[in-house]
Design a protein around this ligand. Structure first.
Ligand code: PD2
Ligand code: ZN
Length: 298
């Protein structure tokens, strides 16, 4: 398969360099996202030298790699923060996610949202449910009050987390997501599987951690803020169980193999990413959620 350096990849490389990531780390992220080494090296070399040539002498890149995404002084406004996102320039109907061709069914600018078709094969959905089923327990949510985890009355599903890369199936799906959303595997939390029985729901919430809550600094020590959510549907309830976006009156019907993705460039309601899991009325609903962080999540 031939890979070409897209403008989106160039923009992403420049954004990573501007944020202070060392070229080695950027190269590794590209390899993890499925780029071949030859293409990645070529893209890095050309993009960075072109970019440096365009900059005024006072705007040299940082000398030392940084760990954090705090605004680079004097340059923050020049570059939008990099976000996980598919490359939708040219309005493609299909996207190459490495080992699978994924459909673009719906896209929205605000909230920044894409509905994908065919992200997972039916057998992959079944295998995820089979691997998760014996490990389910009542879902906990991250407690921004304390930085710990707690039972939450707004979330009546059962859940579990896979460790990143814990099986061939999980690693394959994670590599596909990284490739599709141009975001390194290492920036992803472990895949979460949720099961909703009739009556179970997940009331509307934001997936980012509220900066005003006292527990948030502790939570974001590990990988920074969440910047994107991918909810993958593993089966089809008979009635109910849609993923709702109340700010824009959108409801996504759960269809096996499809996935809804949304990104948030800051932890703020202006992103319009308020979303919930509507009550399941008949049948069961199974989803797998991948949350993406700003930085490596260890
Ligand atoms: O299952 C869903 O539709 C859903 C809705 C809201 C999942 C999540 N949030 C989540 O996993 O964050
Ligand atoms: Zn959510």
């Amino acid at each position: 398969m031939t890979q070409t350096v897209t403008p989106a990849l160039r923009d992403w490389i420049v954004a990573q360099a501007t944020a202070g990531f060392a070229p080695d780390a950027v190269l590794q992220a590209m390899l993890d996202a499925g780029w071949s080494e030859a293409v990645a090296l070529d893209a890095l070399e050309h993009t960075l030298s072109e970019h440096l040539a365009e900059r005024a002498p006072t705007q040299a890149l940082p000398q030392a790699p940084r760990q954090v995404t705090e605004a680079a002084p004097g340059r923050a406004e020049a570059f939008a923060p990099p976000l996980p996102q598919p490359d939708l320039r040219g309005a493609p109907r299909l996207l190459d996610a490495g080992d699978r061709t994924v459909e673009v069914l719906v896209s929205l600018r605000r909230p920044q949202l894409v509905l994908f078709g065919n992200l997972l094969a039916p057998e992959e959905c079944e295998a995820l449910v089979a691997a998760a089923r014996p490990r389910m327990s009542r879902s906990l949510t991250v407690e921004t009050q304390t930085g710990g985890e707690a039972l939450n009355a707004d979330r009546t599903s059962q859940g579990m987390f896979f460790r990143r890369g814990e099986s061939e199936l999980i690693a394959r799906i994670e590599a596909r997501i990284a490739r599709l959303l141009h975001w390194p595997v290492e920036h992803g939390e472990g895949l979460q599987v949720l099961q909703y029985r009739p009556g179970a729901e997940y009331k509307p919430h934001y997936d980012y951690f509220d900066p005003k809550e006292p527990g948030t600094p502790k939570i974001t020590q590990r990988g920074g803020q969440r910047v994107g959510t991918l909810v993958m549907y593993l089966n089809e309830p008979v009635r109910g169980g849609g993923t709702t976006f109340p700010d824009v009156g959108l409801e996504v019907a759960p269809q096996r193999g499809n996935a809804v993705f949304f990104a948030y460039d800051r932890p703020h309601p202006a992103t319009q990413t308020l979303h919930g899991g509507a009550p399941v009325l008949e049948g069961e609903k199974w989803v797998a959620t991948k949350w993406l962080r700003e930085r490596e999540f260890v």
